[in-house]
Design a protein around this ligand. Structure first.
Ligand code: AMO
Length: 430
């Protein structure tokens, strides 16, 4: 029977003298006169193998990035990572010898320009620092789901081929659907709302599509949207409280499940305050010195609000509520006290919008009126709007952009750096 596989990070626990079998990639092959230092990389970390002249592996270590299996003897060496290395090794290649990678993955830093990183994403993501970024994303997804599962939410999946734009007509991808026009979903907005009528509380993790015409450092043409919707609420403030707990759950999961990624990257994981500071849109405009009739916050305003939240509240997070109704999506609930403002909000994290949310309209007549006021055709919205005739309770929700979250977490200058295979104006491959 073959010896059980040991993972690189477990080598440190093996008793010297014991036989060991590793599987992984040739991370580094360094040849000296009578010695080859081989560093093996697997999903858990790195391990050192020392090959001496006369060892079975002598002359048989394939080039960097080739997948291999190494059998040898655990040997104590204070200089080896974890104090144990492998000696007297046999190396078997598990594939063709790999071509020289476009960047040297064994170097501690990944020194390549962004286009090189993206063109060769399938290989460059192997670098331990690059992998760490996705490990943060994966842990965050776990925390998102775990928090909502514990709160009585049901995970759903909605269609990505849809008949109408959900956010605005401007940036939709049109596709040919059996000879008639259809769109790639900009968000699961309509479906999550009507599913409140079934489950009360739902969430979805999935891709959404935006035909963003601008090349910016914070927009992608496809991103992962973390959507939440909950019923039987009194106002958007309960939605903000739910959002606070979800973000705290994501942060907790990063600590629990991605501690080694945090350490490798040397990042500061934010603390989520019990109550995130909330500013009304009106006051936010004044604070940043913008005119009173500004319809939205510009990126520079968000940066200024982020700096304000840190200075005055020691918080990486700030919520802006009450955006003008006219500048938000048609399904947003106006403020009953003054319908010029809406019960909508954004969460700004480290100076960038991370989340949008709101209480929604939930009465059929309100939808009919608002569609008419905005000059939208009824037909493309009919199946959505008509469900409000059959008993949808007061509800609200929000959506977090996963890549935005990770990019602010690691403070990456460009969102593409934390996206596995980004899609943008110019990129459709890899
Ligand atoms: P919104 O369009 O503001 O709201 O999107 C919500 C969050 O998604 C992220 N995001 C993006 N990330 C990368 N590239 C993009 N092009 C991009 N566009 C948006 C941001 C943003 O805050 N239906 C509403 C949400 C709701 O009200 O529940 C919506 O989609 O982090």
């Amino acid at each position: 029977m073959a010896l059980q596989r040991t993972h690189c990070s477990d080598l440190t626990h093996v008793v010297p003298g014991e036989p060991v079998r590793l599987q992984g990639w040739v991370h580094r092959r360094r040849e000296l006169a009578a010695l080859i230092f081989l560093v093996v990389r697997d999903r858990t970390g790195l391990a050192q193998v020392v090959v001496r002249e006369g060892d079975p592996a002598w002359g048989a270590v394939p080039p960097e990035e080739t997948p291999i299996e190494v059998s040898g003897t655990a040997t104590a060496n204070a200089q080896a990572p974890g104090g144990i290395e492998l000696t007297a090794a046999t190396v078997v290649a598990l594939g063709e010898p790999a071509d020289t990678p476009p960047v040297e993955l064994w170097r501690p830093g990944l020194n390549a320009a962004l286009p090189t990183l993206l063109d060769h994403a399938a290989t460059t993501w192997r670098h331990p620092l690059q992998r760490a970024r996705w490990e943060l994303a994966a842990a965050s997804l776990h925390g998102f789901r775990a928090t909502l599962d514990a709160g009585g939410f049901t995970e759903v999946h909605s269609p990505k081929l849809v008949e109408s734009a959900t956010e605005s007509g401007a940036n939709v991808f049109e596709v040919d659907y059996f000879g008639r026009p259809a769109y790639l979903a900009q968000s699961p907005q309509f479906y999550k709302q009507v599913l409140v009528g079934v489950f009360e509380r739902v969430y979805e993790v999935g891709p959404v599509f935006r035909a963003e015409p601008h090349d910016t450092v914070r927009h992608l043409a496809q991103y992962v949207s973390l959507d939440v919707e909950l019923g039987f609420i009194e106002s958007h403030r309960e939605v903000i409280a739910c959002l606070r707990d979800v973000v705290a759950g994501m942060v907790a999961a990063v600590h629990e499940r991605a501690a080694s990624a945090v350490e490798r990257l040397g990042i500061t994981v934010p603390a989520v305050p019990e109550e995130i500071p909330v500013l009304h849109f009106r006051d936010a405009l004044r604070l940043v010195g913008a005119p009173d009739d500004e319809p939205d916050l510009a990126p520079a305003h968000e940066r200024a609000l982020g700096a304000w939240a840190m200075e005055t509240h020691g918080s990486d997070f700030v919520v802006v509520e009450g955006y003008p109704t006219a500048s938000r999506a048609f399904y947003s609930h106006p403020d009953p006290e003054d319908p010029h403002w809406s019960r909508s909000f954004d969460l700004i994290f480290r100076g960038t919008e991370l989340v949008s949310g709101a209480q929604r309209l939930h009465r059929y007549a309100d939808y009919v009126r608002v569609l008419e006021q905005r000059g939208y055709d009824y037909a493309p919205f009919a199946s959505y709007v008509e469900s409000f005739r059959r008993g949808i309770p007061p509800h609200g929700g929000f959506a977090i952009g996963l890549e935005r979250w990770v990019s602010r977490l690691v403070e990456a200058p460009n969102i593409r750096e934390v996206t596995l295979f980004p899609r943008d104006l110019h990129r459709l491959a890899p």
